[in-house]
Design a protein around this ligand. Structure first.
Ligand SMILES: [Ca+2]
Ligand SMILES: [Ca+2]
Length: 399
């Protein structure tokens, strides 16, 4: 009986071996589950408002065509007292920045084809001992487009204009940016955190009906030289950015009016000088800004800019309707939906930033903001639609 059993087992083994090898010859390589290994240092230290790059070493075998997904999260206690995972990043490398000096445990999760691998890292964020302001209050540059109230800055030199605008910025005064291309560039005293899935700062402009919304550029001081370098600027692609009526890389040149040239009156009473400020564009168009009668004593041109100057940006069409039966005395002005200053909700998510080709970029935060006027509209007797800057402030500020 014992022998018989031995024989049977032997036969079974032989049969199953045969069956197996027979099967192998027909099918492909055996499918193995992906294998994930993570190598990651356990401790990091950084100062508040400073960026630290955490670059884990991830090895994935047998992934085949499966794509790995990465999640960085941190435990936070909600207002309801419940501890939840809050996502702080979704790519392999994390640029971590915190406004708060505290200790974090970051969980890193790699998922490939149903296989989940986790690792954790401790980040100690220290106080810098500095005090910070939620508003961007350092003036870097100021060049307005023409508008009747530019003569508020009627100084002979740019240095004097800059001094006046810096004071206005600190005192919370409105700063006129004029019409198309007029801009103000300002710096924060800290890096504004690009909070994951949240809006990060606001751009307050005078947003009553006769003012233009403003477009926004942001710069992260990636090379830490304290300056916004040319290649560090990215535009916030708001609701109008991809519209067919939007013109990228638009340039306008404004020419200083000749003080001795007689005014060219128009048919309408309000047309004081139809050929006041000549302008040309890089799209082969040109024209003149009309000086209106009620602003006939104002100088629209920033005289410190010399005989002509060129401004550039993305030109956006804003809906404008004459509601005075063509008399040019009353207008309805539209607005933009999201991603601009001077609109109903002027909060900006740094994650809306794009490069010159309109491709999304990921910035850990921003140090510099440039706010400029993207519209060019003459509202008849009411002069040009212009932007009036108020403030830029950090929405995730902790002090
Ligand atoms: Ca954000
Ligand atoms: Ca820089």
């Amino acid at each position: 009986m014992k022998n018989h059993l031995k024989y049977c087992l032997g036969l079974m083994a032989f049969v199953s071996f045969f069956a197996c090898s027979n099967d192998d010859s027909k099918s492909e390589e055996p499918v193995l589950d992906p294998a994930v290994a993570i190598k990651l240092a356990s401790d990091f230290a950084v100062d508040q408002y400073n960026v630290i790059e955490i670059n884990p070493d991830v090895t994935i075998e047998n992934a085949a065509d499966k794509v790995a997904t990465y999640v960085w999260s941190v435990k936070v206690t909600g207002s309801d007292g419940i501890i939840k995972d809050s996502i702080v990043g979704d790519s392999k490398n994390l640029m971590f920045i915190s406004p708060e000096a505290t200790n974090y445990v970051l969980d890193f999760t790699v998922t490939v084809g149903g296989i989940v691998k986790k690792a954790s890292v401790k980040v100690t964020v220290s106080e810098t001992g500095k005090t910070y302001n939620s508003k961007a209050l350092s003036l870097i540059d100021f060049v307005p487009g023409p508008a009747y109230n530019i003569d508020n800055y009627d100084f002979p030199t740019k240095a004097q204009v800059m001094e006046k605008v810096q004071a206005d910025l600190e005192n919370g005064e409105d700063i006129s940016l004029g019409t198309f291309g007029g801009y103000i560039t300002i710096a924060f005293d800290h890096t504004v955190v690009n909070a994951y899935g949240k809006r990060d700062f606001t751009v307050q402009m005078n947003n009553s009906a006769k003012y233009s919304p403003a477009s926004v550029f942001v710069a992260y001081d990636a090379n830490k030289n304290g300056k916004a370098d040319e290649n560090e600027w990215y535009e916030i692609a708001g609701s109008e950015y991809y519209k067919s009526t939007t013109v990228k890389n638009y340039e306008m040149t404004y020419f200083k009016p000749d003080a001795n040239k007689p005014a060219v009156k128009g048919i309408m009473n309000w047309e004081f000088d139809k050929e006041y400020i000549k302008w040309t564009t890089n799209k082969n168009t040109s024209g003149n800004i009309t000086k209106v009668d009620k602003r006939k004593f104002s100088d629209y041109y920033p005289n410190w800019m010399g005989n002509s100057y060129t401004v550039k940006g993305t030109k956006i069409n804003i809906p404008v309707k004459d509601v005075s039966d063509g008399l040019g005395t009353a207008f309805n002005i539209g607005t933009f939906e999201w991603g601009y200053g001077g609109i109903k909700d002027p909060s900006i998510d740094i994650s809306w930033a794009v490069d010159n080709d309109g491709k999304k970029v990921h910035l850990p935060g921003v140090d510099f903001v440039k706010v400029y006027v993207p519209t060019f509209v003459e509202m008849g007797a009411n002069c040009l639609l212009f932007g009036s800057f108020q403030e830029v402030s950090d929405l995730n500020f902790e002090q």
